[in-house]
Write a protein that binds this ligand. Structure first.
Ligand SMILES: Nc1ncnc2c1ncn2[C@@H]1O[C@H](COP(=O)(O)OP(=O)(O)O)[C@@H](O)[C@H]1O
Ligand SMILES: N[C@@H](CCOP(=O)(O)O)C(=O)O
Length: 364
């Protein structure tokens, strides 16, 4: 008798990274989700009407241009990498994977981080590997080398993280499907066959979950154009002046506690969300960014706490306890004046839960 099929759901939240001074350090999960409904069929069963071993269906954000071939789609490419790093060549069982995505691509809301987390979990499930959460994180961090988005998306809530320094040989293996390179490169699967062994080092990422005051909400002002994170990282300098580094360190240390306090101290948070490490250099990619970041302040709008670029942008993240519509209108007005673009506003909750796997049903 063949084993029964299984249906699981993998649900991963979006994330806003940096929160101003915490470049590549801070991330917070927000209430927009990437959801995979995965039906794992018994080995050797045929998928109805398809000659494929894996069937991918996709709806929601990115559906008009996301690749559905398993060697090109970031989610399945990541899962294949996880399997290859455990000497499993390809998906062991046929699967029907329905992807529904609420996270817009290239907007600074961690769509690639969520895809990497979903892919690592998919690989873990497909290979029945039973990896711990910390080990899942190691695999995510081989693929997305800045820890802020993936750590938040996996662990949930407001998270600070850093990477252990690794040997270049560990992170430069061509088999690693980096999430943010602009070209496709060789697939993890092809490379694993050639390389046979692909070891993911232990304990790459270290993190701590921070407290977030429950009354602070995230207003996301999302322009309808994309900025690839790879492009937004390529405009950053390789070296910084000491005073700029000190400027950020001072604010970062204050901000992590300021965001935990109830009631929040608006002036403290507003100043502590200033940054000199990434936002000034990204202004060339986001017209009017400087004016946008100074369009609201706590003295003129009660309830407003602070403003920054969400991740690598172009989304603007405003933190507030009330007056959400007024704050969003002010920022949208400046943004639209600077660039002829549609803007979508979403006031999102901070979510405590990171990626989740829910077993839906089991049938013979
Ligand atoms: N759900 C998804 N499925 C497949 N690929 C995805 C998904 N989400 C994001 N990606 C890939 O990641 C790219 C966006 O990543 P990135 O430039 O880092 O922007 P973001 O700020 O949204 O993370 C997309 O163009 C796409 O190639
Ligand atoms: N710290 C990274 C964060 C990128 O986040 P994303 O949501 O834009 O992918 C950076 O600022 O480059």
């Amino acid at each position: 008798m063949s084993s029964p099929s299984k249906i699981l759901q993998i649900r991963v939240p979006c994330s806003s990274s940096n929160i101003g001074p915490g470049f590549d350090v801070l991330g917070v999960t927000l209430s927009l989700y990437l959801t995979l409904t995965v039906k794992i069929l018994p080995k050797h069963s045929n998928l109805p009407n398809f000659n494929e071993h894996i069937v991918l269906a996709y709806s929601g954000e990115g559906s008009s241009h996301v690749p559905l071939s398993i060697n090109q789609n970031l989610i399945t490419k990541t899962a294949l990498f996880v399997l290859a790093s455990h000497n499993i060549n390809g998906f062991p069982s046929p699967m029907i994977i329905n992807i529904n995505n609420e996270i817009p691509f290239g907007r600074g809301l961690g769509s690639s981080g969520a895809a990497v987390v979903a892919g690592v979990i998919l690989g873990d499930i497909a290979g029945d590997l039973k990896l711990t959460k910390d080990r899942l994180l190691d695999h995510c961090l081989m693929i997305e080398r800045h820890p802020d988005n993936v750590t938040a998306a996996l662990m949930g809530g407001f998270v600070a993280s850093y990477l252990r320094e690794l040997d270049s040989k560990d992170i430069e293996a061509p088999a690693i499907p980096h999430s943010e390179t602009l070209e496709d490169g060789i697939t993890a699967n092809e490379q694993a066959v050639k390389q046979k062994e692909l070891t993911v080092p232990n304990g790459i990422g270290h993190y701590i979950r921070l407290k977030w005051a429950k009354e602070i909400k995230a207003i996301t002002i999302i322009p309808q154009f994309e900025v690839a994170t790879a492009t937004a990282r390529s405009v950053l300098p390789n070296t910084y002046e000491r005073q700029d580094v000190v400027f950020n360190l001072q604010r970062l240390a204050v901000l992590t506690t300021a965001l935990s306090q109830s009631p929040p101290d608006a002036d403290l948070i507003f100043q502590a969300m200033q940054d000199k490490i990434h936002q000034p250099y990204r202004m060339e990619l986001i017209p009017g960014l400087s004016e946008i970041l100074s369009s609201v302040n706590p003295k003129t709008v009660p309830g407003f706490l602070g403003i920054c670029l969400s991740g690598a942008g172009p989304t603007i993240l405003a933190l507030a306890v009330n007056n959400f519509d007024l704050i969003a209108d002010r920022i949208t007005e400046v943004l639209k004046r600077k660039k002829d673009t549609q803007v979508i506003v979403k006031t999102l909750d901070i979510v405590d839960e990171g990626a989740q796997v829910i077993e839906l049903t089991e049938s013979s």
